[in-house]
Design a protein around this ligand. Structure first.
Ligand SMILES: [Zn+2]
Length: 355
């Protein structure tokens, strides 16, 4: 079985109006039991508009043109414009060829636009590349790189002279030391950490899972319902307790249990956007120790939320604080001896607020 597609383009070159006609023959060969093999045969014909001199009236006609007369040119055929340029303008490009785009609607692939090239001398067409999917519904526009755009690079290259010695890395000049990956990383890193809250999470003397948990919350990557819903992993983004969207802020600061926890601890949650590490420090509690406590409280609130979602168990705010205190009692041994007194006073403060 055979089907046909025709493409027609007009292009002006050196005072001549050229008409390029492309014909795509598609041959379908059935493959048992249900398959099909498609064979493409692309043919290219070129005509030039000429005036008839034999008649008195000024008439024009299309005359078939020999592709060899275009051996020094490259044609770009497309919509809305086609053009021809001298092959010498394109580096490593042989003349006598035409580029064009065809729509392959017979493929099951989402990408249906293909670029083909036809040799105007031998009249043989060949497939060049598949265009990305987003080009399917858009007409293609040819882009010819202009020499001025690379002029600044050429100016830079002119100022460089190569010697016969061995190459030296820039890093070696700076520090007069042999190259190592640690130095390279240090040089490429910004002078100040871009995310200060991430540094807080990693600097705490907590179990690794807590550090990762706190860091993920800092960059809003915890599996809250809002994030899961955004990734199509949850049917709803609504909180399991109330009707609000379960964002990280809602879960750890605003939902019923969380808001009661912070209120009991005497912490006023700011209304504006802030990092969890910027929560006001209760009176008499050291800042570094408070970060330790905040991580423990968040972990307890997260467990409270998971108990309700996965086990249907409701936990009171007091229980959440006591659980955080139990964790702090366990993790205090990670703190250097001198800092443990601060942790103990934080724990006492929290337990006092449970009464
Ligand atoms: Zn809620």
């Amino acid at each position: 079985m055979r089907s046909l597609n025709h493409y027609s383009f007009l292009v002006e070159s050196r005072g001549e109006l050229l008409w390029a006609l492309i014909q795509v023959d598609i041959y379908r060969y059935p493959i048992r039991p249900k398959g099909e093999y498609l064979k493409y045969v692309v043919s290219f014909r070129l005509h030039v508009l000429e005036e008839e001199t034999s008649t008195r009236e000024k008439k024009t006609r299309w005359v078939k043109k020999d592709g060899r007369s275009l051996a020094d040119r490259v044609l770009f055929l497309g919509t809305p414009n086609s053009f021809a340029i001298d092959a010498s303008r394109l580096r490593d490009q042989e003349g006598g060829c035409a580029y064009f785009v065809i729509y392959n609607f017979n493929t099951l692939k989402p990408e249906k636009v293909e670029v083909w090239r036809c040799n105007l001398v031998s009249n043989k067409a060949e497939f060049v590349e598949q265009l990305p999917r987003r080009w399917d519904n858009e007409r293609c526009t040819w882009h010819v790189p202009q020499p001025p755009s690379i002029a600044p690079i050429q100016r830079l290259v002119v100022g460089i002279s190569l010697g016969s010695g061995a190459d030296r890395r820039f890093i070696d000049y700076m520090r007069r030391a042999s190259f190592c990956s640690r130095e390279a990383y240090r040089m490429l890193s910004p002078p100040h950490p871009p995310d200060a809250s991430a540094c807080v999470a990693w600097s705490l003397r907590l179990p690794s899972k807590l550090k990762i948990f706190a860091y993920l919350d800092g960059i809003d990557r915890l599996s809250t319902r809002a994030n899961l819903f955004h990734k199509s992993c949850a049917p709803s983004e609504t909180c399991a307790v109330c009707d609000a969207v379960e964002t990280s802020r809602h879960l750890f600061l605003e939902c019923t249990t969380a808001s009661h926890v912070w209120a009991r601890l005497g912490v006023l949650v700011p209304s504006e956007q802030f990092s969890i590490w910027e929560l006001p420090v209760p009176l008499g509690v050291a800042t570094a120790t408070w970060h330790f406590g905040v991580a423990a409280i968040m972990w307890s609130i997260w467990k409270t939320r998971n108990d309700l979602v996965f086990n249907g168990i409701t936990t009171s705010p007091v229980f959440a604080i006591r659980r955080a205190c139990d964790d702090i009692a366990l993790w205090r041994w990670r703190i250097p001896h001198l800092g443990r007194a601060d942790v103990d006073s934080l724990r006492s403060y929290m337990l006092m607020r449970c009464d």
